[in-house]
Design a protein around this ligand. Structure first.
Ligand SMILES: [Zn+2]
Length: 315
């Protein structure tokens, strides 16, 4: 597979399902072109895990630069309280986040937003709490001038209404609508507000017609500058990897609550990011070379960074 420099803008690479082979997986990702990855927060009780994971990856030996085998992507942290776990969040968690933001500036705030996937989450009190936490974290993003990573599921209209009324300006601060799942109009509405759409391995599924149409429609209006890519690992395994990995033994199953269903053979990894790039390249009929460079630039704009695009020599 040819190699292109990439940024994995959304991962849960700190999840326990990677504890037994995180370093190997990080090296594999680097070998396939992944140069930066973002560890995205979702529960206050797991914030420390993000720092532990980041430290473990930065402690990797880099003595022999000519030998890429030892190298791993640079890991960055986003801190946020995820709407899906709204029943577990407390005011104290928001205060803890505020303290952490003051102590050490993360790359971004996330993932935050609204999610009414289950009936329980549609309950008025739960949804009201989601909105309250979403707005409080948008306030923090404005106060600290940080980009946000949005998680919006089955609540696009409500999320757009909040964003339009809020002083958070994505044109200025950046931001990503992670694992975008809405329709054409919603895709364009988020881009119009200044967000970039996060594309996962779902784009590789020919049956994901609504998603593929939404991406194409947004690109027709705004160009490929409105997109970034992500694995969202250990979720969102690209379809080609589902088949390729079927024969592997199911070792390393996560004991953690949120990824109980993710066994080793359907676990997504950062090294699968090239599949997202290639599927998107095919869908949009843009060469992977051109697209990779554009996506790199888009990620830097969305995350307000200026990471240098590696040249072919350093790949
Ligand atoms: Zn996520």
């Amino acid at each position: 597979m040819p190699k292109y420099p990439m940024i994995d803008t959304h991962t849960h690479f700190d999840a326990p399902t990677f504890d037994h082979d995180r370093l190997v997986q990080a090296q594999k990702a680097y070998q396939r072109g992944v140069r930066h990855l973002v560890l995205v927060g979702y529960l206050q009780t797991h914030f420390e895990r993000l720092y532990t994971c980041q430290q473990a990856l930065s402690a990797t030996p880099l003595q022999d630069v000519s030998d890429n085998k030892e190298q791993v992507p640079k890991a960055h942290i986003a801190l946020g309280l995820h709407p899906f776990y709204i029943d577990q969040h407390t005011k104290a968690h928001l205060s803890d986040m505020e303290c952490r933001l003051n102590a050490k500036r993360p790359l971004a705030i996330g993932e935050i937003g609204l999610d009414t996937y289950t009936d329980a989450m549609k309950a008025p009190d739960m949804f009201a709490k989601q909105k309250q936490f979403f707005k409080a974290q948008l306030d923090m993003a404005v106060a600290h001038q940080l980009p946000v990573m949005l998680h919006i599921r089955k609540a696009h209209a409500e999320a757009l209404a909040i964003l339009k009324a809020h002083s958070y300006d994505a044109h200025k601060l950046g931001g990503i609508a992670h694992s975008f799942s809405g329709g054409e109009q919603e895709a364009k509405a988020f881009v119009k507000l200044g967000f970039r759409l996060g594309v996962t391995g779902q784009v590789s599924n020919p049956n994901a017609k609504k998603l593929r149409r939404a991406i194409v429609a947004a690109v027709e209006t705004y160009g490929t500058r409105c997109l970034v890519i992500e694995t969202d690992c250990p979720d969102m395994l690209p379809i080609m990897c589902q088949q390729a990995q079927e024969d592997l033994p199911a070792s390393g199953q996560s004991p953690d609550d949120e990824w109980q269903g993710v066994s080793a053979h359907n676990r997504n990894v950062p090294a699968n990011l090239p599949w997202v790039l290639l599927s998107l390249s095919e869908l949009l009929d843009v060469t992977p070379e051109v697209l990779a460079q554009q996506l790199w630039q888009n990620s830097c704009m969305a995350l307000k960074t200026s990471w240098t695009y590696p040249t072919n020599e350093s790949l």
